[in-house]
Design a protein around this ligand. Structure first.
Ligand code: HEC
Length: 157
């Protein structure tokens, strides 16, 4: 094999194994991930228009250590933000219908433009990803958390 042929073979192989990552759908079994926190956002809160209601945050096993340490997450880490209507039941806040399920999945190289995270969201927790432009719809706000690898939530044991 001539040098040129070796180089060509090598580069073609490189293209074939290049990371082509495009997961879709809510992560399987996320309700069994580690529960990080819950919160009820009421009318009047600055984020009420987009995130009003009751939400829960979950992290998978791959991301748990990084969340606890506030450090860079390894590839394959998944965080889920599960948002529900918050209904007033006799002066108690209860989980109503699911509004949206938002997902952050880490693949540093593939999603380098958005901090290494694939930002996705699913209306009522199902169907196709509704995020059209992760940079403007999601990352623009999460960028405030750069020192914690773009994650807002912190873990309380
Ligand atoms: C206006 C700011 C803002 C925008 C825009 C935004 N988020 Fe967030 N996001 C937050 C905040 C604040 C939290 C933390 C909520 C809490 O503390 O319970 C959060 C939490 C999350 C979490 C849980 C992990 C973490 O960072 O705490 C995920 C997953 C998430 N968002 C995904 C998304 C996706 C996907 C989009 C785009 C569709 C998006 N976010 C857009 C502010 C934003």
């Amino acid at each position: 094999m001539k040098v040129v042929e070796i180089a060509t073979a090598c580069c073609l192989a490189g293209i074939l194994v290049a990371p082509v990552y495009a997961a879709d759908g809510v992560p399987a079994g996320y309700r069994h991930f580690t529960h990080v926190k819950s919160m009820v956002i009421l009318p009047g809160h600055p984020l009420a228009a987009s995130f009003g209601g009751m939400h829960h945050v979950y992290v998978n096993d791959k991301g748990l250590a990084a969340l606890k340490a506030g450090k860079t997450y390894p590839d394959g880490s998944v965080l889920v933000f599960d948002l529900f209507e918050s209904t007033d039941q006799e002066h108690a806040y209860a989980e109503g219908a699911r509004k949206v399920t938002a997902v952050m999945e880490k693949h540093a190289k593939t999603f380098a433009a958005t901090g290494g995270w694939d930002f996705r969201a699913y209306k009522e927790g199902k169907g196709a990803n509704i995020v059209k432009d992760a940079a403007s719809e999601c990352f623009s706000c999460h960028t405030a958390q750069e020192k914690r690898d773009f994650v807002f939530s912190t873990y309380t044991p």
